[in-house]
Design a protein around this ligand. Structure first.
Ligand code: TRP
Length: 433
């Protein structure tokens, strides 16, 4: 399976709005239909714990977001759709990554820095009211991504730094423990517009200017009627470019429809009529999904089942991979022979020089083979430097140096010159590789 793996998470902290639909849900569902990609979508409920303290809201949001994605056409058979907290490998990997991530790197995370700056501005303790959860946010996100070795992560611009950090975590871990992770890349969808909200600023929960994606028809109509416009009267030509209403329309309409509304603007359409055109256009796209949404919301057991099946599918990959990662870092079955680096490398099978000091105050060395058998022993030297120099000579010249050093070293009993020569040659060969 060599297809590109896409993965993205949606924090379960609110009710999906039209901005989420246009910016994330709709393009993701479209991308999930491509046959050359493998998609992973998950509800980031562990991340929600960082910002939401109301348990009921987390549960409600999880239900609403899951229902929204499914109603918008996400096919759980085709993609892997799951809830983060159903995957215990994620918090486990979070810890592994925590241990290879510099604290200084996390100090520089935008969200954490912004919180610190805010405290500094009011002369508070720099870390006042900042949880370790906020600080660790990027590591949890790194685990989300690396656990499934995603190649591409479709996110908003504000998340690019997090993807870069996940890349660094992949490199650090790979450097220490071998090639296990694919370094992911952010996928920024340039063509997707950010939708303006009711007040003309970007539609965002934090501005309280959103239109809920599945607001009932009447409420949708009322909300659209509240979109800010200028005060031009009916019959007066209107400017399409600066108009939030027009931009929202554009996100739903075809090119022809958009051109037609542009003309209506120039012809002086009344704002009330323009709002009605927008309302009907949005409702045309949303209404069938709204029905599916309400049906799902009213059958939470169905959603729960879909998510649990998604988690089982995800864990088919995550559990064995985590097993390999556990082994890689040294969390292992004790019955299986330890293969430390030293035992694995030829180093452990090499003879070694050992330096020591006798009670006489003189410095000595000996050469022992891999099994600890004594091969030769030196006489006493006045300084460790002199002992070291002699070792150096043996390491460089091998058996050839032995005769010249006859006055300083003694062969061990039952050890032949050939044996010592062979041992020294082993060292020379090892040093050359
Ligand atoms: N931090 C993301 C956001 O706020 C949500 C998220 C959590 C995410 N884990 C992720 C996105 C992994 C992509 C990949 O939008």
């Amino acid at each position: 399976m060599s297809s590109t793996r896409f993965l993205t998470g949606i924090t379960t902290s609110g009710t999906p709005h039209l901005g989420n639909y246009v910016g994330s849900i709709r393009p993701s569902v479209r991308a999930s239909l491509r046959t050359d990609v493998e998609s992973f979508y998950f509800l980031a409920d562990y991340h929600a714990l960082i910002k939401v303290e109301e348990p009921g809201r987390i549960q409600r949001s999880t239900l609403e977001i899951a229902a929204s994605w499914l109603a918008a056409g996400l096919d759980p058979e085709r993609v892997t759709f799951y809830r983060q907290s159903d995957i215990p490998e994620i918090p486990e990997l979070t810890w592994f990554l925590t241990c290879v991530t510099g604290k200084g790197v996390l100090n520089r995370a935008h969200a954490y820095k912004a919180a610190v700056d805010k405290n500094t501005a009011i002369a508070a303790d720099t870390d006042a009211d900042i949880t370790a959860g906020l600080f660790m946010y990027p590591v949890l996100m790194g685990a989300d991504i690396l656990l499934f070795n995603a190649h591409k992560v479709p996110v908003g611009r504000d998340q690019i730094q997090h993807i870069e950090m996940a890349r660094d975590m992949a490199y650090s871990f790979n450097h220490r423990y071998g090639e296990h992770f694919v370094p992911p890349e952010a996928e920024i969808e340039e063509s997707v517009a950010t939708l303006p909200g009711l007040d003309g600023r970007k539609m965002s929960k934090s501005y309280d200017n959103t239109i809920p994606l599945f607001a009932p028809r009447e409420q949708l109509k009322k909300l659209i009627a509240g979109i800010v416009t200028d005060s031009r009267a009916p019959g007066e030509a209107k400017d399409a470019e600066g108009s939030a209403l027009f931009q929202i329309y554009q996100a739903f309409a075809s090119e022809e429809e958009t051109a037609a509304l542009r003309k209506s603007y120039a012809d002086g359409i009344a704002w009330a009529d323009a709002k009605n055109v927008l309302f009907e256009r949005i409702d045309r796209e949303i209404a069938p999904m709204r029905e599916a949404y309400l049906d799902l919301i009213n059958h939470p057991a169905r959603i729960e089942e879909i998510l649990l099946a998604g988690a089982a599918k995800a864990r088919k990959l995550a559990t064995p991979f985590m097993g390999r990662l556990r082994h890689a870092v040294g969390l292992r079955d004790l019955r299986v022979q330890a293969t430390t680096k030293a035992a694995k490398s030829t180093k452990a099978n090499l003879p070694t020089f050992k330096q020591y000091r006798e009670t006489t105050g003189k410095f000595h060395f000996k050469l022992v083979d891999a099994q600890g058998r004594l091969l030769l022993q030196s006489h006493g030297f006045d300084s460790p430097k002199d002992a070291g120099k002699t070792i150096g000579l043996l390491q460089q010249q091998g058996g050839a140096a032995l005769t010249g050093l006859a006055a300083q070293i003694d062969m061990a009993a039952n050890i032949t010159l050939e044996e010592v020569g062979a041992a020294l040659q082993q060292l020379i060969d090892a040093a050359a590789t």
